[in-house]
Design a binder for this molecule. Structure first.
Ligand code: MG
Length: 269
């Protein structure tokens, strides 16, 4: 009897799982990416460990973060090329980790390793991995292989979607990890041209899609993902949903999720 009940429950669970999977395959719909993590959550700061955890707890599709290379070849998570007045590319990892230097929430600047370790708590969440680069070949020759090595070592290859303003970094990442999503951020190249370079996504400021609305369909016709940044206002979010973008990168994950839900339910009517 016990076995019978368990089997029944198991069968029901499997059926529910198959239905959810079928729905996901049929219409994944637009997704929310927390820009620099969910940094507006209590106790978080941009690109902090608390921010990626908050994005995971919120249930974001992905959490975006920025990666810089230190002067001694270590990868750290920070948006700017400088940290507390120090140029990261010219500063040692140890100097950046000085306890007197803190993020606004009190954390020490996270290493990429610490960041990826924290992400293990949320294995469903995508890692929207931005390499900060000015396109200098010497910098990218060290930074890109180091990024790939860290991604492999942490076993997160399936979760990484790579983004960069550096076209050369996007091309090289696409060459090194051809099965991964790579989205160029610059906003100045048509999807068709990027596709020809082996880049399979665009992640452009929303104003670029206002000026070139046809780029959404052009990208989709080539099987490319379309991501819009950084969309925080209701009117802008709704306009991007109307245009049919796949991902919305935002500082307002809660508002964006609510608007996506409303947009989807209105579409069904
Ligand atoms: Mg970024």
């Amino acid at each position: 009897m016990i076995i019978f009940v368990n089997m029944k429950h198991f069968t029901l669970l499997m059926l529910a799982f198959m239905m959810v999977s079928a729905c996901n395959d049929a219409a994944p719909g637009p997704q929310v990416i927390a820009h620099r993590g969910f940094w507006k959550a209590e106790g978080a700061a941009q690109n902090s460990i608390a921010a990626i955890r908050a994005a995971g707890l919120f249930g974001a599709y992905g959490s975006e973060f920025d990666v810089n290379l230190t002067g001694d070849g270590q990868l750290v998570v920070n948006h700017d090329f400088t940290y507390h007045g120090l140029t990261i590319a010219d500063t040692t990892y140890a100097a950046l980790r000085d306890p007197s230097l803190r993020l606004s929430n009190g954390e020490i600047i996270p290493s990429l390793d610490e960041y990826l370790d924290a992400s293990a708590e949320f294995p469903e969440m995508k890692l929207i991995f931005e390499l900060k680069s000015k396109g200098e070949p010497a910098y990218e020759a060290i930074a890109l292989p180091a990024c790939v090595e860290a991604i492999e070592r942490h076993g997160v290859r399936d979760r990484v979607e790579f983004i960069s303003f550096s076209l050369s970094a996007c091309k090289e990442f696409a060459r090194l990890m051809p099965q991964n999503r790579v989205e160029y951020l610059g906003g100045d190249i048509a999807p068709k041209e990027l596709h020809g370079m082996g880049i399979n996504g665009i992640d452009y400021h929303f104003s670029v899609f206002d000026k070139n609305p046809g780029w959404v369909e052009e990208a989709h016709s080539l099987g490319m993902i379309v991501n819009a940044w950084t969309v925080n206002e209701e009117a802008d979010i709704l306009r991007m949903l109307e245009l049919g973008v796949d991902h919305i990168t935002t500082n307002e994950p809660e508002l964006t999720a609510t608007l996506i839900e409303r947009f989807a339910s209105e579409r069904k009517k």
